[in-house]
Design a protein around this ligand. Structure first.
Ligand code: ATP
Length: 251
């Protein structure tokens, strides 16, 4: 762990990088996960490292979708485990939904380590060690999921997912909620609800919105009615364009 002075202007971002590097050392995160994070960071600059109005609306829809799901499942990969394990566990408890370890560059050892990390932090229902069902339309290794988890879910929260798998899950009739800073990724374009925000900010918002809506008499269906993911992604891009036009280029 590097010592980063708290006054450093990029303190938060540097700490996040450190967390990911530590998790590579611990066998939780893949090296490719670092590159994926870098791509995300570039988009975070474009959105001003803040939650956009359109992302807040998408998060609200996601909260309503998870609360009205019959069988929600929360997918956890190496970056998700490194960055937001606690929030994922809290969400899993609020929704009474299992977490499923679901990694792109899968090794059994890494899957076991992610499960152990989640359980050490208090997760009670972690799937993903028994891969006994196949997502249709994906080649063998990446297609395997848990029959009791993602395979039979109606709504899957799959943050930082890859475009192929997102599309395959949609083709199986599932609703997929993703969190991805890139509004142009295939995942963002394919998902039912795309939250274009940093995973740490998005998960905090999602947990607090689920808490708030769970105990209210609010009409959840109203949040889902008329939701158009494509229009939301266009709104994200418009917000980015406006921001860039107004950007003060002096430091
Ligand atoms: P796709 O297959 O969907 O076109 P991709 O090839 O970029 O996208 P990956 O390489 O799996 O997919 O990258 C994961 C995605 O996660 C990237 O689009 C990146 O923007 C996003 N991402 C990475 N780190 C974060 C983060 N901290 N918060 C939100 N999104 C992130």
């Amino acid at each position: 762990m590097t010592i980063i002075p708290e006054l450093h202007p990029r303190y938060k971002s540097l700490m996040t990088r450190d967390k990911l590097v530590d998790c590579i050392g611990a066998g939780i995160t893949s090296q490719q996960g670092l590159i994926a994070h870098g791509r995300g960071e570039a988009f975070d600059y474009l959105i001003g490292e803040q939650t956009l109005k359109s992302a807040r609306r998408a998060t609200e829809v996601a909260a309503a979708m998870l609360l009205t799901a019959n069988k929600p499942v929360l997918s956890v990969n190496g970056n998700v485990a490194a960055l937001v394990a606690k929030d994922m566990i809290e969400l899993s408890e609020l929704l009474n939904a299992p977490l499923e370890v679901n990694i792109f560059y899968r090794t059994e050892e890494r899957a076991r380590k992610i499960k152990a990390l989640l359980e050490k932090q208090g997760a009670k229902n972690v799937l993903g060690n028994t891969l006994d069902a196949k997502i249709l339309g994906i080649e063998h290794a990446r297609a395997m999921v848990d029959r009791e988890g993602i395979y039979s879910a109606d709504v899957v929260l799959a943050p930082l997912e890859d475009g192929d798998r997102c599309e395959a899950l949609i083709n199986m009739g599932k609703k997929v909620i993703t969190i991805d800073l890139n509004p142009l990724s295939r995942t963002s374009k394919t998902a039912t609800v795309s939250i274009v925000d940093d995973i740490a900010r998005a998960m905090k918002n999602l947990v607090s919105m689920v808490k708030e809506k769970k105990n209210s008499k609010i009409d959840l269906a109203a949040f889902l009615a008329g939701y158009d993911n494509n229009a939301l992604l266009k709104a994200v891009i418009e917000e980015i364009v406006v921001r860039l036009k107004d950007e003060d280029l002096r430091v």
